[in-house]
Design a protein around this ligand. Structure first.
Ligand code: 5GP
Length: 125
């Protein structure tokens, strides 16, 4: 079920629990601003999720409320994970589903890093 990105942050969401270490994940990166872990249902050869440590529902929420430091830290973390995954030479795709039309299912901002194979059309038809 897509989430409503205009609702307040729910600290019981699944990624909040992963961030706190309350449920397991295959963590591949962490720094002061973000963590990254493997998507549980990968849709490409590489499918890694990067989330900010801060409590933000969506891209909309993050871009409106996060500090410049948090935004810079998060964007750099996404790039660092893509580099660590060896994706720069072959290329990759970033995806931040937001709200109903975006198909966002978890109400904590996450960027999907997809790669390791040709990814096809940008939008399913
Ligand atoms: P969204 O549709 O919100 O952009 O993407 C949510 C993503 O989170 C999906 O790709 C889904 O497979 C992944 N996901 C959902 N629950 C879990 C979980 O408990 N652990 C991990 N690692 N990924 C999850």
């Amino acid at each position: 079920m897509p989430i409503d990105p205009t609702r307040p942050y729910d600290d019981q969401n699944i990624f909040a629990k992963i961030l706190r270490g309350e449920i397991p994940s295959a963590r591949v990166y962490e720094d002061e601003w973000a963590i990254a872990f493997e998507d549980i249902h990968p849709q490409a050869a590489v499918h890694t999720l990067v989330i900010p440590r801060g409590a933000y529902v969506s891209w909309d929420d993050f871009s409106a409320r996060a500090s410049a430091e948090e935004i810079a830290g998060f964007v750099r973390a996404v790039g660092a994970v893509a580099r660590a995954k060896g994706l720069v030479e072959t290329g990759y795709r970033l995806l931040a589903n937001t709200g109903r039309h975006g198909g966002q299912e978890v109400p904590h901002l996450h960027v999907h890093i997809l790669g390791g194979q040709p990814l096809g059309a940008m939008i399913a038809r």
